[in-house]
Design a protein around this ligand. Structure first.
Ligand SMILES: [Zn+2]
Length: 250
């Protein structure tokens, strides 16, 4: 029986490695997606910055046109002023001119504010574009790395599947059926060592009578609590495999 159990442990070890490789394989596309999402988020941020820059540029051009417009009005006002004869008309035109100058000064202040903001936005955009370029490169590199890993995992997966088939062939059909049945229900650990009378999968005590039978190891034993196949983990023949069984989950 011990030899049969040892083979089951090898099979379980192979199954656990297959599950691990499968998990990693499934994680690959998720990681690629995460990378791409990060890139898209940054692209959108850059797009917003460029749109804002554009809006400010337009605003700047609008102010420039306003100032040009006011300038031509001021010129007209000045011309009018030189042709005026009456004092009353003169002071009215002067008032109009002052008002135009006041408006022009306001527009110029606004223009300066926009210029300052534009400088900040422009250097921000330059910085973001550089970051974007680097990020794109990094994402490409990381994606290639993940794809390479995926290929390696696929090879490992195929190799393990073959190994699983040949291991399965070394195990009695009935025992293999029981193992597969338990694996479907329990997942992960199916064959568990018993150490100091405790099942290492469910961590409950095995009754002394049953534990004695486990120690003898001449027939197939199961844990009365978790129904997993159990063996005496302190037996020299299993010592090297005990660690694999201990890391199992309930
Ligand atoms: Zn148990």
């Amino acid at each position: 029986m011990k030899v049969k159990i040892k083979k089951l442990i090898d099979l379980q070890d192979c199954d656990l490695r297959i599950a691990d490789v499968r998990d990693k394989k499934e994680q690959g596309p998720i990681n690629v997606l995460r990378l791409e999402e990060g890139l898209i988020a940054f692209e959108n941020k850059l797009k917003d910055e460029l749109e804002r820059l554009d809006a400010y540029k337009q605003e700047g051009r609008k102010i420039d046109r306003e100032i040009e417009d006011i300038d031509s009005q001021i010129e007209k006002s000045n011309n009018k002023l030189s042709n005026i004869k009456s004092n009353k008309e003169y002071s009215a035109a002067l008032k109009e001119l002052d008002e135009l100058k006041r408006i022009k000064s306001l527009s110029e202040d606004k223009g300066l504010d926009i210029m300052e903001e534009l400088e900040v936005l422009e250097s921000g955009c330059v910085e973001s574009k550089a970051k974007m370029k680097k990020l794109k490169k990094d994402v490409e590199k990381d994606r290639d790395k993940i794809m390479e890993e995926m290929k390696a995992l696929e090879r490992e997966f195929k190799r393990l599947e073959k190994e699983r088939v040949s291991l399965g062939k070394t195990i009695d059909e009935d025992l293999l059926k029981k193992y597969d049945f338990l694996r479907e229900r329990k997942g992960g650990i199916v064959v568990s060592p018993v150490i100091k009378g405790v099942c290492q999968a469910c961590h409950l005590d095995i009754p002394p009578q049953r534990f004695n039978e486990v120690i003898r190891g001449d027939k197939l034993m199961t844990c009365p609590n978790c129904i997993r196949i159990i063996y005496w983990g302190e037996d020299e023949i299993f010592k090297n495999d005990a660690a694999a069984g201990e890391s199992g989950k309930e």
